[in-house]
Design a protein around this ligand. Structure first.
Ligand code: COA
Length: 180
């Protein structure tokens, strides 16, 4: 999912909108206990989250660095979130994802990110599976996200489909507005 404050100069303006309409949760590919045995702790609130570290992780994957106070405001308006911390770096997220929405029908997932040093070991899938499961648990069945083309293949096995039933996502663009 795209970073906070989308659209940004570093992200495409019209990525494919991907949505999931799942009725049964996907089983977790890695259990909480297995994560814990590898030193990973799960968090569902920002209480212990170091926002400067989060910003650093965003920057490390090419997301624009953002004002920490604005990230705080965004998290205050976030309905569900999940981040993973490693035992050796308290407060520092190694994986993160969050969802906003109306609390009953719809949610959009944002800011899915894994620290490059921890990519490829299942943490991205772990946060996504749990975030989707939490939204489904709340009865929220329409779950969408904006995927950069290079990560569409990451979201598909998690239950997300591009342009379901031909439905296209549209994003307001000031750039295109000026051209008219
Ligand atoms: C995309 C991202 C979140 C994936 O996290 P990750 O922890 O590296 O991925 P995982 O190890 O959990 O991979 C889970 C599965 O997805 C696959 N996968 C991972 N990245 C993929 C990609 N870009 N395209 C296709 N498949 C991918 C893995 O091979 C793995 O497959 P498997 O279950 O068959 O073994 C991570 O690479 C990242 O933070 N990238 C930079 C930020 C970014 O692009 N975010 C998304 C913005 S839209």
């Amino acid at each position: 999912m795209l970073p906070l404050g989308f659209p940004t100069p570093t992200t495409p303006l019209h990525p494919p909108k991907i949505s999931a309409t799942l009725t049964t949760p996907i089983p977790f590919s890695i259990s909480d206990a297995a994560l814990a045995s590898r030193g990973f702790a799960l968090h569902t609130t920002p209480a212990a989250l170091n926002l400067d570290h989060l910003n650093t992780v965003f920057a490390s994957v090419g997301f624009p660095k953002r004002d920490t106070a604005k990230i705080r405001t965004a998290l205050d308006h976030t309905d569900a979130m999940l981040w993973i911390e490693h035992a050796k770096s308290a407060g520092k997220p190694v994986a993160f994802a969050r969802a906003t929405g109306d609390g009953v029908f719809n949610a959009i997932i944002w800011d899915v990110v894994v620290d490059p040093s921890f990519q490829g070991i299942g943490l991205g899938k772990a946060v996504m599976e749990r975030l989707v499961a939490e939204l489904l648990h709340r009865g929220i069945l329409n779950i969408a996200l904006y995927a950069e083309p290079r990560v569409v293949g990451f979201y598909r096995p998690l239950g997300f489909a591009a342009d379901p039933d031909g439905i296209r996502g549209m994003v307001y663009s000031r750039k295109h507005q000026k051209k008219r």
